[in-house]
Write a new protein. Structure first.
Length: 255
């Protein structure tokens, strides 16, 4: 299985509009971050592309990484930066000639049906819109033979989903992990977890908190994502312990 970080940035993206800080002005491409999303490429011979979240920048991400198929989508939660690229799925519908199955919690799917009612309206469409098959999940399920476990995590007061796929887990927008979810995260080869900045934040882990989770779970490799413009890739990477690194757009991970 291969993982591709399509976007490693927080809700504003980096550079931030109207910001002239050192990171936003950086010429290092690893300091340029689109909104967070991940692509899972399952193993051959019948490889599938499973997308986690339809980030605001999905079109640009797919063009940059030459993504020509999306076979399924897992949604973590219904915040704008994680779902507002959903309309881009219609291009994949046309290219693939069929609907795309989508998975998420009851709350996430219901919120999306309200926010994007034109997509889910049962009346005959007058214009081109995505064709999605919604699936509400709350326990282990399979997508094209790949076993996936929803991992309930805290995002401030809200409870949202991360996902475990095999020996990899993706926990973006995480501010805490309940004990029952910790049990589901043992034995990881790769942990991808949000680490917004160095200062504390009410709805996201900072770098120190994410390091504590990594130290507790002890995955073989930890990758910090959902990064703000307070993280300088080169300078802050030098401060991380062995086995921990920052994500960047286009990063490929073999699991």
């Amino acid at each position: 299985m291969k993982l591709l970080i399509l976007g490693s940035g927080t809700s504003t993206g980096v550079p931030v509009i109207a910001c002239g800080c050192k990171v936003c002005s950086s010429k290092n491409p690893k300091n340029s971050r689109t909104r967070s999303s991940l692509l899972i490429r399952t193993d051959e011979p019948d490889s599938k592309n499973i997308l986690i979240d339809t980030a605001t920048d999905l079109r640009a991400q797919c063009l940059a990484n030459k993504i020509n198929r999306v076979d399924a989508v897992l949604f973590t939660h219904p915040h704008a930066d994680h779902i507002h690229g959903v309309d881009e799925l219609r291009a994949f519908n046309m290219a693939q000639g069929g609907p795309i199955p989508c998975y998420g919690s009851d709350y996430t799917i219901r919120r999306m049906m309200v926010m994007f009612d034109y997509i889910f309206d049962q009346n005959k469409a007058e214009s081109w819109r995505p064709h999605l098959l919604t699936n509400i999940v709350d326990s282990k399920f399979s997508v094209f033979g790949t076993r996936i476990t929803p991992i309930e995590i805290y995002h401030g007061r809200a409870r949202i989903f991360g996902y475990r796929i095999g020996t990899a887990a993706y926990l973006t927008d995480c501010s805490g992990i309940p004990p029952e979810s910790v049990e589901k995260l043992k034995g990881l080869d790769v942990l991808i977890i949000g680490a917004l900045r160095h200062k504390t934040h009410p709805t996201h882990m900072n770098v120190t908190q994410a390091l504590e989770v990594s130290g507790s779970l002890k995955p073989k490799r930890t990758i910090f994502t959902h990064l703000s413009h307070n993280i300088d890739f080169e300078e802050d990477s030098a401060k991380l312990p062995k086995g921990v690194e920052f994500a960047y757009d286009g990063m490929e991970i073999e699991v």
